[in-house]
Design a protein around this ligand. Structure first.
Ligand code: NIG
Ligand code: FE
Length: 405
């Protein structure tokens, strides 16, 4: 039973106590066996039964729960660097979308890619994410938008879950945009989604059903129809909500009992109140906010209203072409005015709640999985303040070291 000692600060990240409460333990020790945490506390209090066990040193560093990236579009074909330049020169994300670029462009590349090619590429992304301390990743479909291509993407995620140490939580985003071939027949695509794609995705391939509610994507009423079908098949709702305009997405998330509403740059006060009342997690995506050069979501208002705020990357080839979760956490501090402690809780236990995993991952408590990262910093403030390409020196998943510097 390994015991990790020489921990300058152990950020426990229990859910209770509000967004800023890390329940950090200075001069700590952490013991695990069989992939499960057995004990966490001040090193001076380590129980006698651990006295003879193998010791490992954290080198006087910070130890945090394995980071949880609760919103990614992990498997996609191609890139869109041309649009990056166009947006810098003044084109808007919605203009590009209306001209057939954006999500539709990635859809064409994803349809053309084989399952093997998508899996191989996503494997490389997961490798690099583990080096940053990321141990759990939610992954959405949404660039296939045919029965076969949505299921192909979800099969890629099943394959990654079987072959990679990273925990994968798959989400069906069949309602990302209306695919171009259904432009004159939205109702036809909705039927395909509710009657064929959702039932097949729910048969062991996806855990959540996400809808992009926006002018260029789906209306609130269409989303209600989609979520009703998803619920019949046991898929819980998630939303891309209030990203570019206020479409009442926060209130809709509350109405349908969604696990999370994500983006929320344009959420109204009424939406915030509804989310607080219903216990919906807000997922902030500061990389997308930065890349699209829009105002950030009102994180302070959300937190003050009692809405837990997660922090994720939104990794995708358009609005957030980076999987660097610690960078997103630093941006949550600088753009969204969250403290480093709030950002860390947002990328651990709150993120775990957003994907229904809070009983298994997201905090360093006995009984939970031994997923953690050793960060070369004395504490959380220092880590996110002195930003470096990678401050993570060791990543452990289920008790096994999966990366070390
Ligand atoms: O989360 N908002 C919609 N979907 C993605 C963007 C996907 C893309 O641009 O390819 C997002 O930002
Ligand atoms: Fe997204």
């Amino acid at each position: 039973m390994p015991v990790l000692i020489d921990i300058a600060s152990l950020a426990v990240c229990r859910m209770d106590g509000g967004q800023a409460a890390l329940h950090a333990i200075p001069d700590a020790a952490l013991a695990w066996s069989g992939g499960t945490i057995r004990w966490a506390g001040p090193a001076a209090d380590l129980p006698a039964e651990y006295a003879g066990e193998e010791r490992q040193s954290a080198g006087g560093r910070l130890v945090v729960p394995g980071l949880v990236d609760c919103h990614t579009h992990l498997a996609f074909g191609g890139w869109r660097a041309d649009e990056f330049e166009q947006r810098i020169q003044g084109a808007s994300y919605l203009d590009i979308a209306r001209k057939g670029g954006g999500i539709a462009s990635t859809m064409r590349h994803t349809r053309a890619a084989s399952e093997e090619a998508l899996a191989e590429r996503a494997t490389g992304f997961l490798d690099a994410m583990r080096a940053l301390g990321v141990t759990t990743v939610e992954a959405k479909s949404g660039y296939g938008l045919t029965v076969e291509d949505e299921l192909k993407t979800l099969r890629v995620y099943r394959r990654l879950a079987e072959t990679q140490p990273t925990r994968i939580v798959p989400t069906l985003l069949g309602a990302h945009i209306v695919p171009p071939e259904f432009r004159e027949d939205r109702a036809g695509y909705l039927r395909l989604l509710t009657d064929t794609i959702i039932p097949q995705a729910a048969d062991g391939l996806a855990r959540f059903c996400d809808v992009f509610v926006e002018d260029t994507a789906y209306s609130a009423d269409e989303a209600r129809t989609i979520f009703a079908a998803a619920a019949r098949h046991g898929l819980r709702a998630k939303l891309h909500a209030d990203q570019l305009t206020d479409t009442g997405g926060g209130a809709l998330a509350a109405e349908v009992g969604a696990a999370s509403a994500d983006h929320l740059e344009c959420i109204s006060d009424a939406g915030i109140a509804a989310m607080a009342e219903a216990g919906v997690v807000a997922v902030s995506l500061p990389l997308a906010t930065l890349y699209l050069n829009v105002d950030p979501l009102p994180a302070r208002k959300l937190i003050e209203a009692g809405v837990p705020v997660a922090v994720a990357t939104d990794f995708n080839p358009g609005s957030a072409p980076s999987f660097h979760l610690p960078l997103a956490m630093m941006l949550a501090c600088t753009l969204q005015r969250m403290t480093p402690a709030e950002a860390l809780k947002g990328a651990t236990i709150v993120a775990a709640r957003a994907i229904g995993m809070e009983d298994e991952v997201g905090s360093l408590e006995p009984g939970k999985r031994a997923d953690f990262a050793v960060i070369d910093a004395p504490d959380v403030n220092h880590w996110l303040y002195h930003f470096r390409p990678n401050a993570c020196v060791r990543t452990v998943i289920f008790g096994e070291t999966v990366w070390s510097a």
